[in-house]
Ligand binder design. Structure first.
Ligand SMILES: Cc1cc2nc3c(=O)[nH]c(=O)nc-3n(C[C@H](O)[C@H](O)[C@H](O)COP(=O)(O)OP(=O)(O)OC[C@H]3O[C@@H](n4cnc5c(N)ncnc54)[C@H](O)[C@@H]3O)c2cc1C
Length: 357
């Protein structure tokens, strides 16, 4: 099912958004092991198709679609998540190569990735959005160190990534030198649309179907509070599906959903967090004593990481800002340092400012 809308010449199936939508709807009935491939297929691949030249597309897309190469996204840093343009990882030109130094964090699947889509600063003397460049970086190159981060569920799917004098060939620049911000926006739009529309199994622990069945098995469905909460979950889940269908329809008719991808991402995250809240209310302290119930264990694990939907790929607050400013045309955030050269910002990037308040 990989690459349904990818071009035939790069190993895709050359089909339309309609077939993709049908496939995603059918696949939602099953638990499929898609997670490690999602970043490559939904974000990096579409970005390479948009930004890469013919050589880069031929090099990177076919192995991605075959599942031979896994990708990760090296954007966030400890001081640059929502304010991504403040990132400090540096890339300096050295002959035919770029030499990269810095640290990334929350990098999903870096521990098994072969390639990473990296955003790094190539020009600190211009405003922060103007001096960034996007690269494809070989995760097996000398100087790349990946350290897993364990989360509350006990799993460790995201990582810290250290880049120490990593050499990247000039041919791995994607979208042009100092053109990293528009390249990042292109990638994030794919991310936000696809994170929202990615196959979400109806068998997932926090889906309406699973919660209703678990409540029925415990004879809880006669309780009006339980029924009300289940209806809330159903309504938000269905609303989210309708938003996805609406944006998919726009894409099918050739329109770029642009910042409307944030509506998809937000509606999906809100549905998931409401499902988590309802789960806690319906099953209460039962969720703490799940030793003999795999069903409750699965629910508790899903509940413990449910907040990630409203953080990964840009937080709910950031999606609301984008919707306000770019979709509804409300005034911009009053704090705006877009005109200030990056090296003059108070983010400890310039030696004479280090340590100053
Ligand atoms: C499960 C998961 C997987 C991830 N995978 C990846 C990955 O593969 N690659 C990658 O690069 N990153 C990844 N991330 C990182 C993710 O993109 C960032 O966590 C996210 O962008 C938020 O950044 P932050 O954590 O630095 O929070 P901050 O930016 O520090 O935000 C802290 C709080 O302040 C709020 N806030 C910040 N600025 C504003 C504002 N202007 N207006 C209103 N509120 C604001 C935020 O909404 C949030 O509530 C992942 C994160 C998670 C949780």
């Amino acid at each position: 099912m990989a690459g349904i809308t990818y071009p035939l010449e790069y190993g895709g199936q050359g089909l339309s958004e309609t077939e993709l939508f049908i496939m995603n709807s059918e696949a939602a009935e099953f638990d499929l092991p898609l997670a490690p491939f999602g970043i490559g297929l939904d974000m990096c691949g579409p970005a390479i198709l948009d930004l890469g030249d013919a050589q880069q597309r031929s090099r990177f897309i076919p192995p991605l679609l075959r599942g031979d190469e896994i990708w990760c996204q090296l954007f966030s840093e400890s001081g640059a998540g929502s304010d991504l343009a403040s990132l400090q990882t540096k890339a300096v030109r050295n002959g035919e190569d770029w030499v990269v130094n810095g640290q990334k964090v929350w990098t999903s699947w870096a521990q098994i990735a072969d390639w990473g889509l990296l955003l790094a600063r190539t020009n600190p003397s211009v405003p922060k959005h103007l001096g960034l460049t996007m690269f494809a970086v070989d995760m097996h190159a000398a100087g790349v160190t990946v350290r897993p981060l364990r989360d509350i569920s006990g799993g460790a799917h995201f990582n810290e990534v250290f880049l120490d004098d990593v050499h990247i060939p000039a041919g791995c620049v994607l979208g042009g030198v100092d053109q990293g911000w528009p390249a990042a926006i292109t990638t994030l739009r794919h991310e936000r649309t696809n994170v929202g529309t990615r196959v979400r199994s109806r068998r997932a622990a926090l889906s309406f179907d699973s919660l209703r069945d678990a409540a029925a098995r415990r004879q809880l469905l006669a309780d009006p509070l339980v029924r009300n909460r289940l209806v809330d979950v159903f309504v938000l889940e269905r609303l989210s599906e309708l938003v996805i269908e609406h944006v998919a329809e726009q894409t099918r008719s050739g329109q770029d959903p642009g910042p409307r991808g944030s509506v998809v991402k937000l509606s999906s995250a809100v549905a998931e967090s409401e499902a988590a809240r309802a789960t806690a209310e319906i099953f209460g302290s039962e969720l703490l004593g799940w030793d003999d119930s795999p069903e409750l264990e699965e629910m508790t694990t899903a509940l413990s990481v449910a907040r990630r939907a409203g953080i990964a790929g840009g937080t709910n607050e950031i999606q609301r800002n984008i919707i306000g400013e770019r979709v509804l045309r409300l005034p911009r955030d009053p704090y705006d340092n877009r005109g200030t050269p990056f090296q003059d910002l108070r983010v400890n990037t310039s030696p004479d400012r280090t340590g100053q308040p």
